[in-house]
Design a protein around this ligand. Sequence first.
Ligand code: IPM
Ligand code: MG
Length: 358
Amino acid sequence: MEKVLLLPGDGIGPEVVAQARRVLEVSASQYGVDLDLEEAGIGGNSIDDHGTPLREEVLDIARQSKAILLGAVGGPRWDDLPVLDRPERGLLRMRSELGLFANLRPASVFPALVSASTLRPEVIEGIDMLVLRELTGGLYFGEPRGIDESAAPVRACNSMVYDENEIERIVRVGFESARIRRKHLTHVHKANVLEVSQLWVRVVDRVAPDYPDVELVHQLVDSCAMLLVRDPARFDVIVTGNMFGDILSDEAAMITGSLGMLPSASLGEGGLGLYEPVHGSAPDIAGQDKANPLATILSVAMLFEHSLSLPEAGRSIRQAVTAVLAKGARTPDLILEGDCTKPVGCAEMGTLVLEGLS
Ligand code: IPM
Ligand code: MG
């Protein structure tokens, strides 16, 4: 029995996870995997039901699981809460408590979606990159942090903190990933301003001789943001800290056509993995059957590869998605303004992928 915890979350989370669950179940039975699925709350719904975005018992179930599939968290309903009580904290705590430091965000172009990108076809042709984001450190977790309401004027601070061990373990994942791809690693930093980035450069350079077959480039984050829109196909693996990775992965996703297509895997030192779409909870379209379930379905493909050691199952899901897109099925996010393609809904997109699973 392989235990998988489903955390649908808020907004469009439940809709996209429902479709991904169907794909997970069908693929598992095709490949002879006995699944033990459990579902629990996280984020805003958990705040409403239990007064906290992540209950200890849910964290315990997560620890006993092989993998976790998450939808999205957050929404305007909880916008006025202090940062440490918000829905997002549930997700951040989960990542941190489970030690899921390596966040893999692959961005590539599906041939059928070339025209969905706002960039010209010749620019996006051949995009195939992996944004590797450090997920449990940096500005998201550094201390001190907080708002000093008693100061005049009121002040707030966050701290970007990394030690060399935290940097080295993600950088090694970067080199290892590059090794089995196109052997090119871009380290993204802001070492002309930040001491933390200077330490990253130092650690990357110290580790690099262990991977002589990988070509290494250090790139400032602002120029990386620019190159991503000017010449995205040049990138293979990008390794960077938590905050830069958050921003650049949205950019990388969007140039491939839609944020609705990008999956992710968050891995730690054990086998446990958390799989989630890179997009958010999109409260404006929640409950209307308009969401694109493909990022979550593609996250299931990554789940098979990384947590269930079944790369063939992952490949077959990806092939089914490619085929469905090639036949012209598009959720609204994949249709540019002025294009009169008739959109399919979230559930129908799920059904089409299921039909394509051989
Ligand atoms: C992401 C999201 C999260 C993050 C939010 C929801 C906390 O934007 O996974 O990229 O900032 O890490
Ligand atoms: Mg983000």
